[in-house]
Design a protein. Structure first.
Length: 432
């Protein structure tokens, strides 16, 4: 990269990013976490070196958030990132004043390397590129004689310009000028006692990837559709049926748009689809939930459906009346719109898919994990990702009872899936 780019760099926030600075609060950090669990304890000095090395290769992340008159923007950050041992609950808000201006946080604990990311900077797929590069430089330094792989970016085949592209902008002129307004419903919200403060419980099921794939294949659906269906069914059986309301149970499913629109960006490039089942209208079996969810997902993942949602968001940003409203007023409206939209979800399930590492690194990495932050309306969320034959399904919960998690993992176990439970708060015997 040229010296001028290395010395000074700035760019506008992408279309998906602009809402996050406006809506972050004590009850919504807009932070998600990715973790790599190694097969050895993490050396903090080598980790600090790895983070610095990764940022040199990926300057998109070496930035600080600045406030303009009309919009926020990113600007080069010359400070060194702070690396700390993990000693708090995950997914806390990131205070840039305590973090040398960075809007991501790298921590370690035992064998884990944690990357917590403010969502305005990137999405799960983009953050995974950064975490994988940190792991690469860490292992390269820790095992110099054994880990011999090509340089990171040279191995991807993508230029820095491609990685740094705002793919939303490229699509702007291809979108409909007047797409239909997305429907907003009021979804069922889980009932039960919630924790105060920033406490969150993390309950993870470590599953054999092949066994979960087999279940989904036997049902004729994708893994995501199968697990979303099981999640909605678990909510009905453990919560909804005791507080029945004439509201649908709605799951938001983030969608990585890179494969749909030929992009390799490491900035935000995602949308989401909604799937819902109204258990108040009739008593569903799991098979009926599966049929309903699979059909809705197939329709929502059509290119035309995704394009309509994108077009609505892009046209709203392009509106001159909105573009030249001062930032403080924009933030007020964005918060109001976001709060209204949040009422349309019961929960979220994010599938980051299969994490691929060079063969030389596999002997040193046990698994990858993902966690998503809670909001006032969504008191628990689910994330999953896989490395080889190990899939990690993570529940992040702000509720005291663990009935949904217990039903979810017991259902998989009853189908013959070997389930290993890991939790930061709850004893394993209490879950299964």
């Amino acid at each position: 990269m040229g010296k001028q780019r290395e010395d000074y760099y700035w760019h506008r926030l992408d279309n998906a990013a602009k809402v996050f600075p406006a809506v972050r609060s004590s009850s919504n950090s807009s932070v998600f976490r990715l973790s790599a669990k190694l097969k050895e304890s993490v050396d903090p000095e080598l980790l600090a070196f790895a983070v610095e090395s990764a940022l040199k290769e990926l300057p998109t992340f070496r930035v600080k958030l600045r406030r303009g008159l009309f919009w926020y923007y990113w600007e080069t950050n010359d400070q060194r990132p702070i690396i700390l041992e993990d000693c708090f609950y995950p997914l806390r808000g990131i205070d840039k004043r305590q973090n040398n201006g960075y809007m991501f946080r790298v921590t370690y604990y035992g064998q884990k390397i944690n990357l917590e990311m403010f969502h305005a900077l990137t999405d799960g797929a983009g953050a995974m590129v950064l975490l994988k590069s940190i792991v690469y430089f860490y292992l390269k330094q820790r095992h110099r004689e054994e880990v011999a792989v090509n340089e990171l970016l040279a191995d991807t085949g993508f230029s820095q310009h491609a990685l740094d592209e705002d793919s939303f902008q490229r699509l702007r002129n291809r979108m409909e000028k007047k797409p239909p307004r997305p429907k907003v419903t009021t979804a069922y919200q889980l009932k039960g006692a919630r924790y105060l403060g920033d406490r969150v419980d993390v309950t993870q099921g470590i599953l054999p990837t092949g066994e979960v794939l087999k279940l989904a294949k036997q049902a004729g659906v994708t893994v995501t559709a199968y697990l979303v269906s099981l999640l909605l069914y678990a909510i009905d059986r453990t919560n909804f049926q005791y507080y029945a309301e004439n509201k649908p149970v709605v799951c938001s499913v983030p969608v990585n748009l890179r494969g749909f629109f030929q992009s390799s960006t490491i900035r935000n490039f995602f949308s989401f689809i909604m799937v819902s089942v109204n258990f108040h209208q009739k008593k569903y079996t799991f098979e009926q939930v599966l049929e309903e969810v699979s059909g809705q997902m197939k329709e929502a993942l059509q290119l035309e459906s995704l394009s309509q949602r994108l077009a609505y968001n892009l046209n709203a940003e392009r509106n001159l009346a909105i573009r030249f409203i001062p930032l403080f007023a924009k933030n007020f409206f964005l918060r109001a719109i976001y709060r209204r939209g949040e009422k349309g979800y019961t929960t979220t399930l994010s599938n980051l898919g299969q994490v691929r590492l060079p063969t030389e690194q596999l002997p040193y990495v046990e698994r990858f994990e993902a966690l998503n932050n809670l909001t006032r309306s969504q008191c628990f969320k689910v994330c999953l990702c896989s490395l080889g034959e190990r899939m990690t399904v993570s529940f992040v919960s702000g509720m005291e009872d663990k009935d949904v998690e217990r039903f979810f993992f017991r259902s998989l176990a009853n189908q013959g899936v070997e389930v290993q439970i890991v939790s930061n708060e709850v004893d394993e015997d209490e879950i299964l």
